[in-house]
Ligand binder design. Sequence first.
Ligand code: FAD
Ligand code: NAD
Length: 159
Amino acid sequence: MEDRLFRNAMGKFATGVTVITTNVNGKIHGMTANAFMSISLNPKLVVISIGEKASMLKHVQQSGTFTVNFLSAQQQELSMLFAGQIKEERHVTFGDLQGAPTIEGAIAQVSCEVASAYIEGDHTLFIGRVKNIHLEDGEPLLFFNGRYGALSSETPVQI
Ligand code: FAD
Ligand code: NAD
């Protein structure tokens, strides 16, 4: 099967956008990721998936911790920055959640300790035990079909 067919298909699954942050010996690193899932309520576990070529893989292996920051609709530029799509260096001021680095203004910040890791194909799945959570008001940044978007207030969900 062609890679493009697989990516086009996976791109039809609309997601939010996160930036994974971690602190390695006092240096903070960030990476854009949409492979995120909530796993378990008791205990509270989440999972992220990091590609074998991403520098973030060794950073999380080294630190044993990561924070998942759900970006707001206003943070597309940060998503592009942490995906390597903006070439020039930018200074980012990170927040702090009881010692864990965060993206300020993210609508949810979920700090985790790595509970376990599984290499599957060309990615590593990190199961995170949730330590702390900070929430802020705001709308999410969305990713669909390789494009960014936002919820439309003109089409409210009917339940
Ligand atoms: P680098 O290339 O070292 O860093 C990425 C960028 O972040 C660099 O341009 C750097 O300037 C910037 N940066 C990092 N730290 C800082 C800092 N402290 N201050 C300022 N800038 C900083 N890949 C996955 O493995 N899993 C996913 O789930 C995933 N989902 C994605 C979802 C979307 C919507 C997009 C667009 C990309 C996704 N990617 C995912 C791809 C991933 O974001 C890129 O491959 C990324 O470039 C890999 O980064 P890296 O860890 O190699 O770090
Ligand atoms: P795209 O068409 O490459 O991605 C669409 C969907 O395909 C993504 O949402 C993801 O579900 C899947 N996908 C893409 N690359 C993948 C990979 N290497 N491993 C597993 N699943 C993958 O969208 P785009 O706008 O061209 O993406 C921008 C860049 O970000 C590309 O280089 C892409 O490879 C990368 N990306 C990687 C992942 C990931 O590693 N999980 C996820 C999203 C995007």
